[in-house]
Design a protein around this ligand. Sequence first.
Ligand code: SAH
Ligand code: F3S
Length: 461
Amino acid sequence: MIVFFLLTNTDNTFQCGATVKYNNFMKKFYIETYGCQMNVADSELVVSLLQDKGYKLTENYKESDIILVNTCAVREKAELRVRGKLTLYKNLKKTNPNLKVGLLGCMGQRTKDELLEQEPVLDFIAGPDAYRDLHNLIEKAEIGQRAVNVQLSKEETYGDLKPVRLDKNGVTAFISISRGCDNMCSFCIVPFTRGRERSRSDKSIIDEAKNAFEKGYREVTLLGQNVDKYKFEDVDFAKLLQKVANVSKKLRVRFSTSYPHDFTNKVIQVMADNENICKSIHLPVQSGSTRMLEKMKRGYTREWYMDRISAIKKIIPECAISTDIIAGFCSETDDDHKDTISLMKWANYDTAFMFKYSERPNNYAQRNYADDIPEDVKSERLSEIIELQSNMSYESNKQDLGKTFEVLVEGTSKRSEKRLFGRNSQNKVIIFDGNKKLVGKYVNVTVNKFTQATLLGEMNE
Ligand code: SAH
Ligand code: F3S
């Protein structure tokens, strides 16, 4: 077969008999990702889709023809960061007028055409369910048409794609098991940006896990906005977890995020029964006050949440537990805040992600409640929450002093190739000396030092 290459910037395709060939082989694209792990997994799908069309991935934005920014809209701060980055790319266009800049993900889904008007640097926008259309959007941009596709889908799971892993460690991989969210927590924008909840077939998930294992990966993290609602035909999340754990005893399995209302004892039991399912659960509480939880439309009370934590601690005493907390949600009183503090102490979290409430346009809270907690009060409460968590994380790490853990080695430290890092089952990072040949292997490490953020140790021979 003779393949012709056409090297122009505007004409992207040409026809040769009945076959259509793309000249994108010369087009380099750069992708950067903001936000959650799901966005990282989405970027891996985007890379796969574009490489299939002949585009080439580059790690240097300065030499790229196309820059893709995969965005987050969960808090205003995340959007402001992206806006800042777009200014940089606007300047880059002055020296490289052929450069095309596209915005992917939740921020574009939220703002739609409006953002195209506000940010002349943008050539196209693709929402989370529109990635199969990216090639068309790029082609339109090439001929000077600015285009937007923010169509949400009830079916799209990208289940047939083979993601191109962006984390170069070759050891840990993300696997999306479901997309979207039907929960409609009042503060959240995700149901609007990612659309309706839908689960991918268990077969495609297992195939992806097997494929990753065969390529040398030793850990998969199953991702969904609410993994507990996973359902494909008769397979629920507990069954799926068991199936993934069966791929190999040498494949570690993690998952995120669990939702307190839907988190079952069955899932805890599957975790307990399988050594390769990591003993770490991320169970976002958001607030310790039942009144706030009601306003947040979380569908559980403080007591319900405590019962879930008790069940985890009873069935898997060594399980690490982490959470998400929002400080200063609408009408939050000092007493509500105290409830959060007391719940944190009771749960004794190993780690937490802690945020100030950030009002998001057009969701339930924005339409129905006043964002009435003054900024300084939000900051004060958040500081108290962070300080408490820092102390608890420090104490949690202190408990590990002298203990030996099985660690999956993920890489070498930036400063020295002789310094290795990995994580134990509880998702804690451990740093120790060793040969870089051990990356991707399991080793036993005894903890001999610690900080609030990491454990340091010595490998057992
Ligand atoms: N279920 C999702 C939640 C996505 S948002 C998941 O997989 O993690 C992640 C966290 O951001 C939430 O748990 C919440 O603590 C926080 N968050 C969401 N909306 C927020 C808002 N408007 N202001 C502040 N924090 C918010
Ligand atoms: Fe958001 Fe609640 Fe879903 S936090 S992602 S609406 S579970």
